[in-house]
Design a protein around this ligand. Structure first.
Ligand code: GLN
Length: 574
């Protein structure tokens, strides 16, 4: 916990450092992800199945590595070093994605691909996987460390942090998703790389505001020599070397090599091994190393983590089946029905993208030196807010592509965040704040309901033979994000509160491990609506809509059923 004098706008300054660092990391992460499936299917002419297999293996491993990254940080590296190293790997990975090579062609019915460029893609994905492993769990635990254990601001701090995540995702879809599809894949991926570089710069500059809360637990063990090398360098070296086998796993997933029954990829096997290890450790740790009270908390946490697994299985459809569905079966332009285009949005958007965080950061540091005068701070926050208004306007005015429309999720989340913060506070004052398990169960129910508009849209396409309105997608995102607001920030905050302090990064990693399985499951389910686009590109709309409708109704039932069960169990967990 830090002295109050280190606060800015009611939260420790370090929280803002994490906010912007993670904002840029998520910018690169989601910008790349919005494009990935479209890039594979359109540029390298992957079939839907191969594309989803790769997406599932990548998404699975990317969220699996945080367990290892969290463990290494808890034991040796400390969070600050882990975040810095992870960010470096991420910059390299995202820049590598910009190497797109030649587009695939069809020669006498066979697809000829630029295998060299694809190898760079697999290697880049592997760098991102390793980078996220070091970075993501640890930047989140730093936020938790900046508050005292019973600091009432913790939940709202995590809501703020979660807004940063989604601000990044919002810009990402708009900038990378749009550039990639409208101007060229490499520009979209390249923009993601530049974003990550800004994130790294932000963290290097701002780490002083962490005031030693993210340092190695025992610095001497880092310098200790193992196999003739300092342990710290051994960790970095091992991570860099691990990139090659991970790249091989990516290649194997894309090519259906060494998979069990065509469905269980080697990457998934690796994830299951990690899961088995974590569960064994968990059983041992809670049995042998915890007081009874801690044990109860840890098991309650595990239950919340399981709910997150179900939630994100539904949620991850947004970067899989929702994107291809939008691309194929929905209109895309929101703008004409809302505002008249003035044709000059992009420069303002880019300016706000760069200036808005800068404004906040400058305002944050100024409170040190000009504690007496609030005017400059108010000015900076005002300018920043104005830039954000431009950005929101431009979200609506920009011509949309299927990839860039993924911004809707983040947009709703950012808009809903303050409303929910107020709602929880209001309920709390009336002593009616729902418990964390109850909120999570609500999240599942909303996630299930979000599939209803899409299923209806698919059925409409089936009935009319014409593509449906994009507004179905807007509605679906709105409902989904209400669910995310109920479950995700609450979960992150619970991890840092309920986990035994010594193992908090590891438990954060376990939280993300749940998403790893969500990603793999989402890809498996997504294949229910895999469509083999014929060579002339003319798809049978009626047939396609039937498979999407089937998938979407199934997802709805899963969400509702799990949500209701969770709701019944909530009083127990409480
Ligand atoms: N939107 C969240 C993030 O990127 C989701 C993380 C997760 O657990 N799946 O941080």
């Amino acid at each position: 916990a830090l002295p109050r004098s280190d606060d800015f706008l009611g939260h420790p300054k370090g929280v803002y450092v994490c906010f912007f660092t993670e904002m840029w990391e998520r910018f690169s992460f989601y910008g790349m992800k919005a494009l990935l499936l479209l890039y594979l299917t359109k540029h390298h002419l992957f079939g839907d199945r191969a594309g989803l297999d790769l997406l599932g293996a990548y998404g699975g491993l990317v969220y699996c590595m945080p367990v290892i990254g969290g463990l290494l940080a808890d034991r040796w590296l400390g969070m600050r070093k882990a975040v810095t190293f992870g960010s470096l790997l991420l910059v390299l990975g995202h820049v590598g994605m910009a190497v797109e090579g030649h587009a695939a062609t069809r020669v006498a019915g066979a697809v000829v691909r630029d295998e060299g460029a694809l190898s760079v893609t697999y290697l880049s994905l592997a760098l991102i996987i390793a980078g996220v492993g070091f970075m993501k769990p640890n930047i989140s635990t730093i936020v938790g460390r900046l508050y005292a254990e019973n600091d009432p601001r913790r939940d709202s701090g995590f809501s703020l942090f979660y807004a940063g995540i989604n601000l990044g995702a919002l810009f990402a879809s708009l900038v990378c998703g749009f550039l990639g599809e409208a101007y060229g894949w490499k520009y979209g991926f390249g923009a993601a790389g530049i974003g990550m570089l800004l994130g790294l710069a932000m963290f290097l500059w701002g780490q002083k505001y962490l005031h030693g809360h993210a340092e190695p637990p025992a610095p001497a063990t880092l310098r200790e020599r193992v196999f003739g090398l300092p342990r710290e360098w051994l960790i970095y070296g091992g991570a860099v070397l691990s990139v090659f086998p991970i790249a091989a796993l990516m290649w194997a997933a894309a090519n259906g090599v060494a998979s069990i029954g065509g469905e269980i990829s080697l990457a998934l096997v690796l994830m299951l091994v990690v899961l088995g290890g974590v569960l064994l450790w968990f059983a041992w740790f809670t049995g042998a190393r915890c007081t009874p009270a801690q044990r109860g908390q840890m098991w309650a946490l595990l239950a919340l983590i399981f709910m997150a697994l179900v939630f994100f299985t539904l949620y991850e459809q947004t970067y899989g089946s929702w994107v291809t569905f939008t691309d194929r079966l929905l209109t895309k332009d929101i703008a004409p029905s809302l505002v008249i285009r003035d044709g000059t949005p992009l420069p303002w958007s880019i300016a706000s993208l760069l200036l808005a965080p800068l404004g906040f950061a400058v305002a944050a540091t100024m409170s040190d030196r000009h504690a007496a005068s609030r005017a400059p701070r108010v000015l900076f926050v005002g300018v920043t807010a104005l830039m954000l208004v431009f950005l929101v306007r431009d979200c609506i005015v920009l011509p949309q592509t299927a990839g860039s429309l993924t911004y809707l999720g983040a947009l709703f989340l950012v808009l809903l965040a303050p409303l929910f913060a107020a709602l929880w506070a209001w309920l709390d004052r009336r002593r009616a704040d729902p418990s964390k398990p109850f909120k999570s169960a609500l999240g599942l129910i909303f996630a299930g309901l979000s599939f209803v508009p899409l299923a209806l849209a698919a059925q409409q396409v089936g009935a009319t033979g014409a593509i449906a309105s994009v507004w179905w997608l807007v509605l679906a995102y709105l409902v989904l994000e209400i669910g995310e607001m109920c479950l995700a920030p609450v979960g992150l905050s619970a991890v840092t509160q309920l986990a035994v302090p010594r193992v908090v990064s590891l438990m954060m990693g376990t939280w993300f491990l749940a998403t790893a399985f969500s990603e793999a499951l989402a890809a498996l389910f997504g294949k229910l609506a895999a469509i083999d686009v014929p060579e002339d590109g003319q798809m049978d709309l009626v047939q396609a809509s039937a498979s999407y409708a089937h998938l979407f109704w199934l997802m709805m039932w899963i969400g509702l059923a799990c949500g209701v069960i969770a709701m019944l169990c909530a009083p127990l967990l409480r």
